[in-house]
Design a protein around this ligand. Structure first.
Ligand code: GN1
Ligand code: MG
Length: 354
């Protein structure tokens, strides 16, 4: 891959083939590299066009969002750095090489550092504040200006339907080993009713839609908040899902794919810190109903990513990149365990949202 990138892709970004190209980050979908030579340093990505079937729309959305944030920054209304697209020598924000991939470049932020597991309440509060600040700065960007790059992205009934279909086909004979998790999903009818009652009444906002902890960059010099990255799924949605994905990825002491299930749980103090940080930034912007929906968002996101990993396991690992056989099942088991911990602590946790 590296030689291909150096010889065929870098020339479009006016970089010599002597530049270093190294894998960057832990994304499950796109291939991401850091390109570096004496004069320049930037992030290069090959967009997965099986997942993002309209990559031009993704590029246009990310560009709109970063322009909006940049404008806010010039008015001193946005304090974080903004990751900006970098145009290719063609003048376009992406290079479509057909079979050889769809490529784009974005700025790399000096001193940036990402974490996979939150280490302290203080860190959780800071990161939640940053995501809240991001959402607030986008609250006046009309969400209908952004295209849906993935339709029904956070639509739980659709995700469960897809799981049922994968289980009915059971193409690779894997259902037996995951029956316990499949049954857990089928038992969540109350959650679906709760969701159906509230979702249509919630305002549509410009959301990030992938607020996992490693999409927030810290400044490694002092661990202050630096930037929110990965604008690929910025599109209209509900803020409860952005809140929910923070709960999903901040609260566990274990990484998303850890098999140490005995240690997977929602840390109450971290949950409280997320609520403090997020509400400090967004409290005034949220409607009463949105505020009430946050707990539901947490439940839905933990369950839904488990459903998506399990579906992909049954489907033969076609969607998420995996590092070894069974990886998607491990991820699913982890996320369902977290979901169970969330439910078990409902009474205490909800009190932090009041
Ligand atoms: C994928 O590739 P990454 O890490 O940005 C996925 C998210 C999931 C996440 C699970 C487009 O995000 O929805 O929550 O994995 N992105 C897409 O870690 O499906
Ligand atoms: Mg993403």
């Amino acid at each position: 891959m590296n030689n291909f990138v150096k010889q065929q892709v870098l020339p479009y970004f006016a970089v010599s083939i002597d530049a270093s190209v190294t894998p960057l980050g832990n994304g499950h979908i796109n291939d991401t590299f850091l390109v570096r030579d004496q004069d320049t340093e930037f992030v290069l990505q090959r967009i997965n066009t099986q997942v993002f079937t309209t990559p031009d729309a993704l590029i246009a959305n990310a560009d709109k969002v970063s322009q909006h944030l940049t404008q806010k920054r010039t008015q001193s209304l946005y304090q974080l750095q903004v990751v900006a697209p970098i145009a290719a020598s063609t003048g376009e924000l992406a290079v479509d090489l057909g079979e050889q991939g769809y490529w784009r470049a974005i700025s790399y932020l000096d001193h940036s550092h990402s974490v996979e597991v939150i280490e302290s309440e203080q860190q959780a509060e800071k990161a939640a504040k940053a995501f809240g600040h991001f959402a607030n700065a986008l609250s006046d960007l009309d969400a209908t200006q952004l295209e849906d790059v993935i339709t029904k992205f956070h639509y739980l009934p659709g995700r469960i339907e897809a799981l049922k279909q994968a289980a009915a086909i059971d193409m690779y004979g894997r259902l037996g080993e995951c029956q316990q998790w499949f049954d857990l999903v089928l038992a969540q009818t109350e959650l679906l009713t709760e969701l159906a009652d509230i979702e249509a009444k919630l305002p549509l906002r410009t959301c990030h839609n992938d607020t996992k902890i490693n999409n927030m960059l810290f400044d490694k010099r002092d661990m202050s908040s630096l930037a929110i990255i990965d604008l690929d799924t910025c599109m209209k949605g509900h803020l409860m899902y952005d809140f929910g994905d923070m709960v999903r990825t901040f609260t566990s002491p274990e990484a998303e794919d850890s098999t140490n299930l005995a240690n997977v749980e929602v840390r109450e103090a971290i949950f409280a810190a997320i609520c403090r940080g997020y509400l400090a930034e967004l409290g005034q912007t949220l409607t009463e109903l949105e505020r009430q929906s946050l707990w539901l968002g947490a439940k839905v996101m933990c369950l839904m990513i488990g459903v998506r990993f399990l579906t992909d396991h049954l489907d033969g690992d076609k969607y998420f990149n995996i590092h070894h056989p069974g990886h998607n099942l491990e991820r699913a088991a982890n996320q369902f365990t977290l979901f169970q911990s969330l439910l078990a602590q409902q009474a205490q946790l909800i009190s932090y949202l009041k």
